[in-house]
Design a protein around this ligand. Structure first.
Ligand SMILES: C[S@@+](CC[C@H](N)C(=O)[O-])C[C@H]1O[C@@H](n2cnc3c(N)ncnc32)[C@H](O)[C@@H]1O
Length: 249
């Protein structure tokens, strides 16, 4: 039986998914196939637009939580083509799946707590962590994760925490007329009830507007530019996920 359950994912679960031959490449990194199938080019274009230094040559790039799927391959092929030097950090089981590239160093560790001297990684022009920060938010400390990452940015370096599920954004969508039309068109015929949003309740395992606004203010007050950016409308979860871009001035 497959270990894949999109509602119960975490660092430990990904170790099992990486070794599970019954899951497909999308499930291995936590998504039902319909979410990512045929969308990888669009997702990568969106990343390139936000992390513009990826389009330069000979940059130092860190990817925290790359997993192993077509998106990782696209990213690594692009980095080879641009002669970037790349460091990847993920659990041993995911790292073992990623083929060797001459320009890529693979580190098996949980970021940041399993890295002894994080400053030994050196500084980076781009740090990418895509569809990842929801896990340290629940499991360890989101502040520690983000603080440790942005500390590694070079001058004018870019940190993109992409594809952040924001429960407030999802509820705003579900409370809209658009969501009702969407439901009628795609889900109602299968007997699915409309998922009415519930407001005014504490949800300690969900990133919401409060968390993201707090992060923005905190990063800005610590000397970094910080922006919340929308995803391209064609991306599969653009109505409930957004991206955090941090730039060291
Ligand atoms: C949802 S997958 C995303 C994979 C890839 N970035 C993508 O978007 O296709 C999350 C990945 O982050 C890794 N991960 C989660 N927490 C991590 C941490 N603290 N340090 C390093 N990797 C982590 C998981 O092992 C998994 O491979």
């Amino acid at each position: 039986m497959s270990n894949f359950d999109p509602n119960h994912l975490g660092y430990e679960t990904f170790k099992h998914l990486a070794k599970d031959p019954s899951v497909n490449q999308h499930e291995r990194v936590g998504f039902p196939a319909w979410y990512r199938e045929g969308k990888v080019d669009l997702i990568f274009e969106d990343i390139l637009r936000k992390c513009s230094h990826l389009n330069r040559e000979k940059m130092r790039i860190l990817d925290i939580g790359p997993g192993w799927s077509d998106l990782t391959k696209k990213f690594l092929d692009h980095c080879s083509q641009q002669h970037h030097e790349v460091v990847l950090i993920d659990c041993q089981e995911m790292i073992d799946l990623i083929p060797s590239y001459p320009n890529v160093t693979k580190i098996a560790a949980k970021f940041p707590e399993e890295l002894n001297n994080i400053e030994n990684l050196g500084e980076f022009d781009v740090i990418l962590t895509y569809s990842v920060i929801q896990y340290p938010f629940v499991e360890t400390s989101l502040f520690k994760f983000i603080d440790s990452a942005v500390t590694l940015l070079k001058r004018e370096g870019q940190f993109l925490a992409g594809d952040i599920p924001n429960i407030s954004m999802k509820k705003r969508f579900l409370a809209s007329e658009t969501a009702k039309i969407y439901h009628e068109k795609f889900y109602a015929q299968d007997g699915n009830l409309f998922p009415e949003p519930i407001f005014n309740q504490l949800e300690s395992d969900q990133i919401d507007d409060g968390v993201l606004m707090g992060l923005l203010v905190r990063l800005r007050m610590s000397g970094f530019h910080a922006f919340l950016l929308p995803q391209q409308a064609e991306l599969p979860m653009a109505n409930r996920r957004e991206d955090l871009l941090v730039v060291r001035p």
